[in-house]
Ligand binder design. Structure first.
Ligand code: SF4
Length: 413
């Protein structure tokens, strides 16, 4: 029986042997089965949830109970793992919104910490155990000397060393995917934007890039990465920037410079897909793939989360269509929230969306947002008796669309 975990006010974690751990979806507390749990993945962290009271199931009394002496605990998982239940808690009257992370239920089971999650990607590309920070620092210093005038090298050094960005670290380690941040502006106002939160009391996790690099600066970085990595990916649209489509001409010219030198590697763009015309121009220049972010396949919830300015959900669909017509590889960055993503209503629409738009890949990324506030702020009401399960939804889609790639990271050729 998985036992609940809770935190003392000093941050110590306790387990409660006579009680059963529970999870939460859409504010509903649910009992967990052993099959819902996996061992805490390496590189994950346990958080104390301040001013939130832990909840558990008491098998002797056959009811859910609340603990008023401790704070709730939850796990922030390493990339590659998707949360299937949120940690369960009751807010105290004075609770403020949780910071921009995801919160998996955690428990004590078989002498170890277990969490409610499913592994969706076997790649180790963001695994911190294989990122030698001494080498990152050494290579960053070396690259600053090699590319003395390139402002992106300095920007990426800050991303890697101050903000722990895995893609920036991988650039300095010449591995996997390298970031090409370009755009300081955005035409959306996502509730959970990690780089810009001006009117809220939430902290942006990574500050936005403050300049637009030249095509030459971008190409220099991209070519260095492509030439030194076996299966390289270089990507526009990073956590430290706004929307890359707003810098379409710079990006188009940068891609032309890269493709004039090499056909190796994947040039990818992570985007909100707001401008099909810009997507078309960039594919003409040599873009290989796009990853479009969506929290929902339903316009109403898309709009409430993204708050788009000057574009609509239809434009996003048009961009996907344009990329497919250009034979581009299209991934969906499906921002997953247990209780919403696996609700019958969302899944019914998402399944049709995948089929109709011939999506190539779904990246099951955790939506980093306060799990209760998400439902409140998007005015989502779900029938909690009709939740399918995140794991079940993923395997159903895989059976229905065998060609569909499931994962967490952008893929190389
Ligand atoms: S589209 Fe990206 S950069 Fe723009 S507001 Fe949303 S998360 Fe932030």
């Amino acid at each position: 029986m998985p036992q609940p975990l809770a935190c003392g006010r000093n941050g110590r974690i306790f387990n409660f042997p006579r009680l059963e751990a529970v999870g939460m979806k859409a504010g509903r507390i649910l009992r967990l089965k052993a099959s819902d749990l996996i061992r805490l993945p390496p590189g994950s962290e346990i958080f104390v949830l301040p001013r939130r009271l832990p909840v558990a199931y008491d098998p002797a009394a056959k009811n859910f109970i609340q603990d008023n002496k401790h704070f709730a605990a939850a796990a922030f998982l390493s990339p590659g793992y998707t949360v299937t239940y949120n940690g369960a808690y009751k807010e105290m009257a004075i609770s403020r919104a949780l910071p921009l992370f995801s919160y998996a239920a955690c428990s004590f089971y078989k002498g170890e910490i277990y969490v409610t999650a499913v592994r969706v990607d076997k790649s180790l590309c963001h695994d911190s155990r294989f990122m030698d920070m001494r080498l990152v620092r050494k290579n960053a210093a070396g690259l600053k000397k090699l590319f003395t005038k390139n402002r992106l090298v300095r920007h990426l050094e800050n991303c890697a060393l101050s903000y722990g960005c895995p893609n920036a670290k991988n650039f300095f380690l010449s591995k996997y995917e390298a970031p090409l941040p370009t755009s300081p502006a955005c035409n959306a106002q996502c509730l959970g934007c990690i780089s810009y939160q001006p009117k809220t009391n939430r902290r942006a996790a990574q500050p936005r890039i403050e300049f637009i690099p030249t095509p030459e600066e971008i190409a220099e970085i991209a070519l260095f990465h492509i030439e030194n990595v076996e299966k390289p990916v270089v990507s526009f649209g990073q956590g430290c920037e706004g929307e890359p489509l707003l810098c379409v001409d710079t990006i188009k010219n940068a891609i032309k410079l890269i493709r004039a030198r090499t056909s190796k590697g994947v040039i990818n763009m992570n985007t909100n897909g707001s401008d099909a015309g810009a997507i078309s121009k960039i594919f003409d220049a040599g873009l290989d793939s796009i990853r479009v972010s969506l929290n929902s396949a339903r316009e109403i919830y898309y709009k409430r989360y993204y708050k788009p300015r000057g574009y609509s959900f239809k434009d996003v669909l048009k961009s996907i269509n344009t990329a497919k017509k250009r034979r581009g590889f299209v991934s969906i960055n499906y921002l997953t929230m247990p209780g919403f993503t696996d609700s019958e209503d969302e899944f019914a629409v998402f399944k049709k969306f995948v089929a109709k738009n011939k999506i190539d890949m779904i990246q099951w990324r955790n939506l980093n947002y306060d799990p209760l506030r998400y439902f409140e702020e998007l005015k989502i009401s779900v029938d909690t008796s009709k939740m399918l399960g995140v794991k079940e939804v993923i395997s159903y889609l895989q059976k229905e669309f065998p060609y569909l790639k499931m994962g967490y990271f952008n893929v190389s050729k």
